[in-house]
Design a protein. Structure first.
Length: 237
């Protein structure tokens, strides 16, 4: 047999081996994914993630909420910030078209007046007592569930190269504003596979007064339990 025929045989044998290896790899990956999906109990996973996330001492966040009224979408708030602990945070962004820049250090509030560009200091004050601002200043309040009515696993999804469990659920939430004005709350929640923390969530709800109006909230959470050096702003700015 000529050397040319041998080289072609080796080529086809190598090609067949590669194809076979790829097929086996796909079958194994599919079986592993199916087994993992079968073993996931959505409500148990969600309860674990809620516990882990709500116990976080510090974190960074970005929240955005919008309302659709008569077919027109309007941004209600768009806020980013970081929480150093239960009484320390800094947030910037906009709410109802007004720029906000707020520090809370203990019971002292520092708010930048957008008209004068001067800091207004209010002592013995806690913004977290204001229920209307609760979700914007404390995004974890979006996860104060009284009850999970239903939960469904939607599969795995990558966010910023991190594998996430994706779950949809319908909870009853401990929020007077949402309970008073909206119904049919539905969440989609992304849970980090590694640390079982909530990294992203979107919530939608329908207005009780007008079903053509709806609310959408998106929450992004990151850098849990890290140290943030949040200090009062310079009052001369």
């Amino acid at each position: 047999m000529s050397s040319e025929n041998l080289s072609w045989k080796r080529y086809f044998n190598l090609k067949n081996l590669i194809i076979t290896a790829i097929i086996i790899s796909i079958i194994i990956s599919g079986a592993f994914y199916l087994q993992e999906s079968t073993n996931i109990v959505p409500q148990e996973l969600l309860n674990t993630a809620l516990t882990n996330t709500l116990e976080a001492k510090s974190y960074q966040f970005h929240t955005k909420s919008s309302i659709i009224i008569d077919g027109q979408e309007k941004t209600f708030s768009d806020i980013a910030g970081e929480r150093g602990d239960s009484k320390t945070f800094h947030v910037t962004g906009s709410m109802l078209g007004t720029d906000i820049n707020v520090y809370q250090i203990g019971d002292t509030t520092y708010r930048l007046d957008s008209l004068t560009n001067k800091w207004i200091v209010t002592e013995n004050n806690s913004l977290l007592r204001e229920s209307l601002l609760m979700a914007e200043l404390n995004p974890l309040s979006n996860f104060y569930f009284k009850e999970i009515v239903s939960a469904e696993y939607l599969g795995m999804e990558k966010i910023d190269r991190h594998k996430m469990y994706k779950i949809t659920c319908q909870p009853r939430i401990n929020n007077k504003w949402l309970d008073g004005y909206f119904k049919d709350l539905n969440y989609i929640i992304w849970i980090d596979k590694k640390d079982k923390m909530i990294k992203k969530a979107t919530m939608t709800a329908i207005s009780k007064e007008k079903e053509s109006s709806s609310l959408t909230i998106e929450v992004i959470l990151e850098n849990f339990n890290k140290e943030f050096n949040i200090k009062p702003p310079s009052l001369s700015s």
